[in-house]
Design a protein around this ligand. Structure first.
Ligand code: FMN
Length: 182
């Protein structure tokens, strides 16, 4: 079983990198799966403009960047989305990255870690509307990190309760992936 931990912010100076590392550290400590940190920024994806619908593209793309993204996503059985909240919604770069692919996402399971001024909860709830389009199961447990209470200068510094929440969410995700047959 392989779980991709996707850092969904591409912004200069982003907090998302610290959140990704925090999730990765606790995920590795927990075990039960292989984990890979997937940094969306490193793929430098173009804004989606292609004529073929990604769901009909059969994983064949003209863009090298999209092809690399497709391979990284296809290699995973499930995902943890690290999502900031921008203007009460999902971040455009991550939505674009989701829209750019098709069957790579299908029938896989997902968990959500949000962060922002109010823990990214509005972005998390919006993802719950979007992702079922790929027949994705999104686990109920989620983590919300507040910029005001869960971060220090050198990264995420949060309570044991949030770490327990992360571990419980990863348990749910692994169980969902096992049910999908991986
Ligand atoms: C354009 C923009 C809009 C934002 N809108 C919200 C918002 O609506 N709600 C919120 O809680 N935080 C909001 N924030 C704060 C971000 O969630 C916070 O800056 C977070 O660190 C962004 O993720 P990043 O640092 O990984 O890029 C916004 C930030 C930006 C840059």
């Amino acid at each position: 079983m392989k779980i991709g931990i996707i850092i969904g912010s591409t912004r200069e100076g982003r907090n998302g990198e610290a959140v990704g590392k925090w999730v990765e550290q606790h995920a590795h400590a927990k075990g039960g799966s292989d984990y890979e940190l997937i940094d969306l920024k490193s793929f430098d994806l173009p804004l989606f403009t292609s004529q073929p619908l990604p769901m009909m593209a059969y994983k064949q793309y003209d863009s090298e960047a999209v092809t690399a993204w497709s391979r990284a996503i296809d290699a995973c059985d499930g995902y943890v989305f690290i999502t900031p909240e921008f203007n009460h919604g999902v971040p455009a770069a991550l939505k674009n990255a989701v829209d750019s692919l098709g069957s790579e996402w299908s029938n896989k399971s997902r968990a959500l870690v949000g962060y922002g001024a109010v823990g990214g909860v509005r972005a998390v709830e919006q993802w719950r509307q979007i992702l079922p389009n790929f027949s994705q199961h999104v686990v109920r447990g989620a983590v919300d990190l507040s910029l005001f209470t869960d971060f220090a200068e050198d990264g995420v510094k949060t309570s044991d309760v949030k770490v327990q929440g992360l571990n419980g969410m990863l348990d749910e995700l692994q169980a969902a992936i096992r049910r999908q047959g991986a």
